[in-house]
Design a protein around this ligand. Structure first.
Ligand code: SAH
Ligand code: SF4
Ligand code: F3S
Length: 436
């Protein structure tokens, strides 16, 4: 008998990517097949994001497409997973006739049950949040490759005033250290070369007496050929112990994603970020002292309620001081249910656009300067394959997550570590040559 096949599209952050692998694992062990293309699928699931208005608009656009598919294939089941499912719940099935099931991030074990019901014409909604669910016992479904995501904690207790995540993902809870280490052992046996430990606030990780630094050390010790990365750190909780642990292990990448959001203390307070810019810069300085050459990336929001031109300049000032390798930069987007939603969204749209553009321009200039300064330096590169643009080039990444391309040479394969000297750069890419 032909198995039912499921196609999943994933939106939003890496945690959603990791959740999709958990969902696929649950479905495969319940007899489903994973479809490579939408048109082969009996069930299509969208794992969604609610973080900004435009993230949700994209999903609505996509649902519009599915309406047409469903007209030609009325038995197709359409499901919404993830943060939008959690935020909009019942409204989704009521407003969007095309939607058959709505399942939030903590109810994925029940998906097979909901899909069965949907075949019988019943709409299903599972949106309870859990204080304990971590899917600890589920081995995510992964294709062979070099890089894997591992979710180590779920939820967020920070309640930044602009953010929906604490509402869509629920309270913080951690997976066991043992299960994470075991997962890395299995990835090592399959030839993986890089894992990224994921959580909205990984520094809150706690399993018994093991904190995030202990987890990081245990992960690094599994296989010296596996690079360990992690995201995201909250500046309030990033400890000196964590920095020392990073320094002590060669295979923990010297790179930290440390969202600053704003350079103004007044705005940080209104955002409930719970640190000052002085504290933030102190952490950066401490990290640079412990690990010279370390790189940073960040998230920035332009036009939060009450943000003045001076506040905006303070953000540009922090960018100049830290010199981030990369940044995710957003216009403030009011989200219903958050504290900031009750504040007046008083920065005019054209100001938001202007400030965001200034932030983007400055970041591009800084990134280009950082890349230019690397000309002549050598670095270890993990070879990921031939360049997307041409088979005549190998492409890989440095420890600090920079893409490097270098001329093709026989005898090198995906997953090798090679030493490359940088000869020139563009804003996005370093161009190098093999050393030795
Ligand atoms: N847990 C992470 C990131 C969560 S969401 C952290 O604390 O850094 C990713 C980024 O989206 C945030 O860092 C923030 O910059 C942005 N973001 C979240 N809510 C937003 C909103 N309402 N409007 C604009 N940007 C937002
Ligand atoms: Fe959202 Fe703040 Fe939690 Fe990050 S730390 S997920 S921005 S509430
Ligand atoms: Fe989006 Fe949910 Fe991630 S709101 S950013 S998918 S946690």
């Amino acid at each position: 008998m032909r198995k039912n096949s499921v196609f999943i599209e994933t939106y939003g952050c890496q945690m959603n990517l990791a959740d999709t692998e958990v969902v696929m694992s649950i479905l495969v062990s319940n007899g489903y097949e994973i479809a490579k293309e939408l048109k082969e699928a009996d069930v299509v699931l969208l794992n969604t994001c609610s973080v900004r208005e435009n993230a949700e608009q994209r999903i609505y656009g996509r649902l519009g497409n599915f309406k047409r598919y469903k007209e030609t294939n009325p038995n197709m089941v359409v499901g919404i997973l993830g943060c939008m499912a959690e935020r909009l719940r019942q409204d989704l099935v009521e407003d969007k006739k095309v939607v058959d099931l709505v399942v939030g991030p903590d109810e994925y074990r029940r998906l097979p049950e909901f899909i069965d019901k949907a075949y019988g014409g019943e709409k299903g909604i599972g949106v309870r949040l859990s204080r304990v669910e971590t899917y600890d016992d589920i081995m995510p479904y992964r294709e062979d490759g070099l890089q894997a995501w591992i979710s180590v904690m779920r939820g967020c207790d920070k309640f930044c005033t602009y953010c929906v995540v604490p509402f869509t993902r629920g309270r913080e809870r951690s997976r066991s250290l043992e299960s994470i280490v075991n997962e890395i052992k299995q990835l090592s046996a399959r030839g993986f070369r890089e894992v990224t430990l994921l959580g909205q606030n990984v520094n809150s990780y706690l399993d018994g007496s093991n904190d995030f630094a202990d987890l990081l050390a245990a992960c690094a010790e599994v296989d010296p050929l596996i690079r360990i990365r992690y995201t995201t750190s909250h500046p309030q909780d990033l400890s000196e112990k964590l920095l020392l642990t990073m320094a002590a292990h060669k295979n923990i990448c010297k790179y930290i994603h440390l969202p600053v959001q704003s350079g103004s203390n007044r705005i940080l307070e209104a955002m409930n970020r719970t640190y000052t810019i002085e504290h933030y810069l102190h952490i950066i300085a401490m990290a640079k002292e412990i690990m010279p050459g370390i790189s940073f990336s960040t998230d920035i929001i332009a036009g939060f309620p009450g943000e003045t031109w001076e506040d905006h300049l303070a953000t540009l000032d922090v960018m100049q001081k830290v010199k981030y390798d990369g940044a995710f930069m957003f216009k403030y987007s009011p989200r219903e249910g958050t504290k900031a939603f009750k504040m007046e969204d008083d920065v005019p749209e054209e100001q938001k656009t202007k400030r965001l553009q200034e932030i983007i321009d400055l970041q591009q200039k800084i990134a280009a300067e950082i890349n230019q300064a690397l000309t002549g330096s050598t670095d270890v590169v993990l070879v990921e394959g031939t360049s997307k643009k041409s088979d005549l080039w190998w492409a890989g990444r440095t420890d600090s997550n920079k893409v490097v391309v270098f001329p093709y040479r026989e005898g090198i394969k995906k997953g090798d570590y090679v030493t490359v000297k940088v000869v020139r750069s563009t804003t996005a890419t370093l161009i190098g040559e093999l050393v030795g």
